[in-house]
Design a protein around this ligand. Structure first.
Ligand code: ZN
Length: 438
């Protein structure tokens, strides 16, 4: 019996560096929920993994929503009374409020202030703001710079367009033996912000690359979408495909040094929920597990009652809880390669549990079989690892009556799943276990 083994196919530190490099490449692209920025993002991702691009025209009805107009941004700046450019979109795409309508005016400081956003508690940071569904315009800048502005007339210019166009999203399919799917969903619509959400994008890419080079049972579907509207659009076009989803993870905020955090599915007791809790408990990392709540990222659409998909979310610091969230401080320095590498390891461990979680029957259920004769007892001369393998075998031989999965046995025995799975494979190869339920 062959176990899916993802973790031996990468080194977390090298994979972390690789993810960070891809993030650096994506960072300067001025993304939004539509427009050339998100398309360019998909083009870059498409150089790493096979991507299928999709586009949906503005105005298309998607459940209770409508696909918005396409926003293009070419330039934006504020020029002070003495002619100096005090805010320039070319320095940072965060400087202009996402979906700003075109503006070309000369206004006084009081009026200008009404269109400026800052982070007063961190006066050097630039906030991220967008106004997708209400026509508006504005700039984001550091509080200190705003405080330094004197009276006078300011030239403000936003060279943007909001026209009927398309909403783009991209999918990567990685076929496994089964049609049943595992969904990995990352939003890819934020401008120059790293933890939220480029870390999720590069982690999804890394997992796809890993699976492309490894034998595995489930098929995988990776979604790169604009946040919220993207999952609404995707769900409206893929109701049939949803029936194949056995587990799903919304990936975001996986590159900071915060504790791991698993947010349960709406049902709360799916195999994914149990596997995630088991993996985090045995990971040695500080972590928390929280119940589903109908906010956060796209899980709120996947878990809406009309779909109720087994989709959870595995992150580190969660949205809105770290000071750098949605500000210029969520940058390439804030996200570290080492943390990305750790997150990839945790995701890979979790996917291994889902992949390898089978149900077996003991073919020799009357009293314990003689393990020594089969070379299975004390094989490593009483080493710690050997003893845990033996203990795992005793648990398996006792519990494999066709009603308990390997994950059930791992939970009950408090032995890590990979130890149970490895012992299960050895018992299977020795002819003592067969696959199948009672
Ligand atoms: Zn966000």
């Amino acid at each position: 019996m062959k176990l899916t083994d993802l973790r031996s196919n990468f080194s977390p530190s090298e994979a972390g560096e690789q993810m960070h490099r891809l993030m650096s490449q994506l960072y300067p692209i001025p993304r939004s929920i539509t427009g050339d920025g998100i398309r360019e993002t998909f083009r870059v991702i498409g150089e790493e993994i096979p991507l299928e691009a999709h586009r949906v025209p503005s105005g298309t009805r998607v459940f209770d929503w409508e696909v918005p107009r396409e926003w293009q941004i070419r330039d934006a700046y504020i020029r002070s009374p003495d002619g100096e450019k005090i805010v320039d979109f070319r320095d940072s795409s965060l400087h202009v409020v996402g979906y700003s309508t075109p503006v070309d005016r000369r206004i006084d400081l009081d009026e200008l202030r009404q269109h400026i956003h800052t982070v007063p508690e961190h006066p050097d940071w630039i906030p991220f703001r967008a106004s997708y569904y209400e026509d508006n315009w504005g700039f984001c800048m550091s509080h200190n710079r705003l405080a330094s502005l004197g009276p006078g007339m300011y030239d403000v210019r936003v060279d943007s367009s909001l026209e009927p166009g398309y909403l783009d999203y991209a999918e990567c399919h990685v076929r496994g033996e089964l049609d049943e799917e595992i969904l990995i969903s990352a939003h890819a619509c934020h401008p120059a912000l790293c933890n939220d959400n480029l870390s999720g994008v590069v982690l999804a890419v890394a997992i796809a690359r890993l699976l492309l080079g490894t034998e595995h049972r489930f098929s995988y579907r990776f979604l790169f979408i604009p946040s919220i509207i993207g999952s609404i659009v995707w769900l409206s076009r893929n109701e049939d495909a949803c029936r194949r989803i056995r587990a799903g993870l919304v990936v975001s905020c996986v590159g900071d040094g915060g504790d791991f955090r698993y947010k349960r599915t709406r049902r709360g007791d799916t195999v994914l929920d149990r596997a995630a809790e088991h993996v985090l408990t045995n990971s040695g990392h500080r972590h928390s597990v929280v119940d589903f709540y109908p906010y956060g990222y796209d899980e709120r659409n996947y878990c809406s009652p009309g779909f109720d998909l087994p989709v959870g979310s595995l992150t580190r610091s969660s949205h809105g809880t770290f000071p750098e969230y949605h500000t210029s401080a969520d940058d390439l320095e804030f996200v570290k390669a080492a943390f990305l590498g750790e997150s990839l390891s945790v995701y890979a461990t979790l996917l291994e549990v889902l992949e390898n979680n089978g149900v077996f029957v003991n073919r020799n259920p009357k009293c314990e079989p003689q393990l020594g004769r089969r070379g299975l007892y004390n094989v490593t001369g009483g080493l710690k690892e050997g003893r845990s393998q033996e203990m795992a075998m005793f648990w398996l031989l006792n519990q494999c009556d066709g009603t308990h999965s390997l994950l059930d046995i791992a939970e009950k025995s408090r032995i890590p799943f990979d130890v149970i799975a490895c012992a299960g494979a050895r018992l299977h190869d020795a002819g003592l276990l067969v696959e199948g339920s009672a």
